[in-house]
Design a protein around this ligand. Structure first.
Ligand SMILES: [Zn+2]
Length: 125
């Protein structure tokens, strides 16, 4: 499970922050997840709760996941903005199309693939 390895590394970062700042309790961890990362928010939360179980200084329910929408830029025309999506029968949801919505040319992904901790709120002495 990809999500679990991501959560494991996030935990390592948070734990080193706790040590550095001598924190008493972590109150909130803000995680930005790009819509093109295709990470399951449920799996991230599940993995987080499982690991936080063994961390008395980390609130089990403090992980806040924020979805970052994708932005692309066309290599042929000057289009930049959101991606075109199609209703997918496989995923039962709108699937992104990796093509320029204007000219069907190749695109570069500007944002939407990240998975980064943007803020950690903790109680310190
Ligand atoms: Zn284009």
């Amino acid at each position: 499970m990809h999500e679990f390895s991501i959560i494991t590394s996030i935990m390592e970062v948070v734990k080193s922050e706790i040590e550095k700042r001598n924190a008493i309790m972590v109150l909130e961890i803000q995680l930005e997840v790009g819509e093109l990362s295709f990470l399951s928010h449920d799996a991230l939360q599940f993995g987080f709760r499982a690991l936080a179980e063994n961390e008395p200084k980390i609130d089990k329910v403090c992980l806040k996941i924020i979805t970052v929408s994708a932005d692309v830029k066309c290599r042929k025309c000057s289009y930049s903005g959101s991606m075109k999506t199609i209703e997918s029968e496989v995923y039962h949801t709108a699937a992104p199309v990796f093509q320029c919505p204007e000219c069907s040319g190749p695109i570069d992904i500007i944002k939407g693939r990240e998975c980064v901790v943007t803020n950690v709120r903790m109680e310190v002495d």
